[in-house]
Design a protein around this ligand. Structure first.
Ligand SMILES: [Zn+2]
Length: 323
């Protein structure tokens, strides 16, 4: 293979992040541009322009991986459901392949982030990983034996909707009660914190207030950590993963969050499962989606010698059609 680069493209609702990425996860010529309106065709045209620009400076890439902010079927390259970009039912992998002239694959952005932490970040060297991403809501991804676990319909990894308290707070996304997201998603936490008559612009303010031991802030942060610990215990009992990685801006809060999460996990999970389970902050920050998209392209289109996980049985994926 003459080229040792793929392109990683992270398409979000507001921005597209892109870079050329080496087999070991080093980025070159990173770009961030606003996501164009006009749906998936306009996005594919925009991606083609970025791809040309990056390759002109970093050198030729042999494939492109795209992270997409909706559920997708990565085998067919098709978007399953979309209320953000108007791409439901569209074969985005085919659009990107035609626009860039490169073999293309697509992956859900949260799954891509999980794969990135597994290949290049906090989970490097682990055999299995669960990622929880704390943002407006709670997202996640599961990597088992070197592969993202997609489930039957590509809908696996909806960790935010694990029930942590039957009949509890209403989930702002799915409207059911007692979801993890209702206790650990920023939107829900901010709403309840403000309902206590306090002001906060974002989770940062609440974490700072909790550090100052301000009561309502301590209450919501403790509850968040407790519920996260319970959810991690459930995941640990079911999957027995080697590492649980927690990402998103608030994961940078450090021990004020991680100590009680680990304590709740250790209390609630079976002893043989919790023993030695690492619960750690994510390492890749905002680049995780881009790097995971690139990782998908490496896994699917790289040669076995160049694939980042050539020893963990990923040949099945590489034989799949790129559409
Ligand atoms: Zn829910």
């Amino acid at each position: 293979m003459s080229s040792d680069l793929v392109l990683g493209i992270d398409v979000g609702g507001t921005a597209i992040k892109a870079a050329a990425v080496t087999r070991t996860g080093t980025m070159r010529e990173k770009r961030v541009v606003p996501t164009p309106g006009g749906g998936p065709k306009a996005i594919a045209a925009c991606v083609a322009g970025i791809a040309r620009d990056i390759q002109a400076k970093a050198g030729r890439a042999f494939a492109v991986g795209v992270g997409w902010p909706t559920p997708v079927d990565p085998q067919r390259g098709v978007v399953l459901f979309d209320n953000k970009l108007g791409s439901a039912g569209v074969n985005v992998a085919a659009l990107i392949r035609r626009a860039t002239g490169l073999p293309a694959c697509i992956e859900n952005d949260a799954n891509a982030a999980a794969l990135a932490e597994y290949l290049y970040g906090a989970g490097r060297g682990a055999g299995s990983l669960v990622l929880l991403t704390l943002g407006t809501g709670v997202g996640g991804g599961i990597v088992l034996g070197g592969e993202v676990w997609h489930g039957r319909d590509g809908a696996a990894g909806e960790i935010g909707h694990i029930k942590v308290r039957p009949g509890g707070q209403r989930c702002l996304f799915c409207r059911r009660r007692g979801c993890l997201e209702a206790y650990a998603g920023a939107q829900a936490i901010l709403r309840r914190y403000r309902a206590a008559g306090r002001k906060a612009e974002g989770m940062k303010d609440i974490v700072s207030a909790a550090r100052r031991k301000e009561r309502p802030a301590v209450r919501v942060v403790s509850e968040m950590a407790e519920m996260l610990g319970m959810a991690v215990a459930d995941l640990a009992n079911i999957l027995n993963p080697e590492i649980v990685v927690i990402g998103g801006g608030v994961a940078r809060a450090g021990n004020i969050l991680f100590r009680p999460i680990r304590a709740a996990m250790a209390r609630e999970a079976l002893p043989n499962v919790s023993k030695g389970l690492r619960v750690v902050p994510a390492k890749l920050g905002n680049d995780a989606g881009l790097l995971g998209a690139a990782g998908c392209a490496w896994k699917r289109f790289g040669t076995s010698a160049s694939s980042p996980t050539s020893t963990t049985g990923n040949r099945r994926l590489r034989t799949a059609s790129s559409n």
